[in-house]
Design a protein around this ligand. Sequence first.
Ligand SMILES: *Cc1c(COP(=O)(O)O)cnc(C)c1O
Length: 454
Amino acid sequence: MTAPALLKFTSTNGQSPAVDLKDALLRGQAPDQGLYMPESFPRLTPARFEAFREMEYPRIAFEVLREYTRGIVEEDLLLELCEDAYNYAVPLENVYDRVHVMRLDRGPTASFKDFAARMMARLIGHFLRRDGRELTILTATSGDTGSAVASAFHGIEGIRVCVLFPTGEVSARQRKQMTTLGGNVRTIAIDGKFDDCQAMVKRAFADPELGSIPLSSANSINIGRLLPQSVYYVYAWSRLTKGNEPIVIVTPSGNFGNMMGAIFAREMGMPVKRLVVPVNENDEFPKFLATNTYAKIAPSLACVSNAMNVGHPSNLARLVSLYGGHIDETGKVHKLPDLAAMRRDLFSTSVTDDATRATIKEAWEQHRLLLEPHGAVGWRGFLDYIATEPLGNSPAVVIETAHPAKFPEEIERLLQIEPDTPPALARLDDLDESYDRLAADYDAFRDYLRARYT
Ligand SMILES: *Cc1c(COP(=O)(O)O)cnc(C)c1O
C-alpha cells in the first residue's frame, strides 16, 4: 500500500515553499509573511453531504477535517479529538419561516472562537506529543481571543501558554476567563494598551536572545483556526436544507476568519446561495467590493461590536487569493481579484453603532430574538441583504458569535432585561485569580520569559 498523497498548503504571497498541515499549523504565518491556503480543496460528493443529515456535530467535524489531515493524523485519534473538543450544544434557533440564528456561544468562553481554538490546540498538542517536543504559545489579547486560546490549550501536554493583556482594557469577566485557569497557563497584566502587548509579543518572536524557547502564536491567521470553522456551516446546512438546496449564510465579520470557514465549506461542495458579510463602521471591505479600490482603515474605529474593530482584515489575503488576486500583509494590492465574481458570491454592508443598537431592540421586539452587538451587526446585514434580493423560500442562517451575557450593560440598557449567564461564565465568580504584572517594557518581559521558560 502506498501512503496517501498529503495535501499541501501554499502561501498567499507565493514566495515560500509548500508545506504539509503539520508545518502550517506549527508555523502559523508563512516565512514570506503570507497566509497558508490549501493548494486545492478536497471535494465531497452530494451523497457525502446528504449523509451529514444523520450525523451529530463531532462526527461531521471528523468527516470534514479528515479531508485535510489524511496521512498526518490517524483517523481513530482525529475522531477522539473531535468528540473531546465538541462536547457542547450548537443551537439553531428558528426566527421566522426558514430563517435561523446559529448560536456559537456554548463553548467554555462563550464565543465562536472556542470552535477553532479547541481543535487547533488538540492538533498541535498531538504533534508535539508525537515528536516529544514542547512549545510556548505567546499571545496578546484585548479580551476574547486570549481567553479562547488559553482555555483551549489549558491542560494540553507539551504546551505552555503565556497571555498578555492590557490592565485597564479588559473586563473583569474576560480577565477571569484567563487568570483562573492556572496549570500551564500564565497571564500577565501589562500596564499599557493592547498595542503595547502586541508589540512586546511581536518583538519576542523576532528576538534571537529568546531563540532557545520554541514560541508559537496561535493567532487567527493560523490555518488550524480556519479549518474547524467550516464545520458549523456544514452542520447548519445539514439541518436546514433539503436535497441539494443552497443556503444563505450571514457572518458578522472583523478579521474574516469566520467567513472564510463558510468559503472553505463552499469550496468543498456545500451549496451556498449567497454569503453575506456585514461589518461594523470599519467599512474597508464593502467599499472595496463597491469601488474596486482597497484602503485599509488605520487606526481602526472603536465600535460596540468590539471584536470586529478591524481596519485591515488579515484573512482578506486568503479571500483575494481565492479569487485570483494578490494582496500582501500590509494591505497593498499587487493584483486585483475577480471583483465581479466576488460581488456575485458575496454581499457586504457596513452597520453603524446606532443601527446595531436599534437592531438589538427591534429583533427582540419583533421576534423575541436576543442578540448581542456582533450578532446584531449580522442580523442588520441580513435585513439589508433581503431588501436588495428577496429571500423567497430559501433557507438562511445568521451566525451569532458571542453570548449576550458577555454584554450585560448594553442589553439591560436597551431591553431592560438581564441575559441569563451561561454556567461557563457564572462559575468564574467563585474561582481564585492568579496573574503577574509587568510594565510595558520589553526588557522586563524578556527577563520574565527567560526566567520561566528556559
Ligand atoms: C473574533 C470575533 C468576531 C470576528 O470574527 P472574524 O473571524 O475576525 O471575522 C466576531 N464576533 C466575536 C464575538 C468575536 O470574538
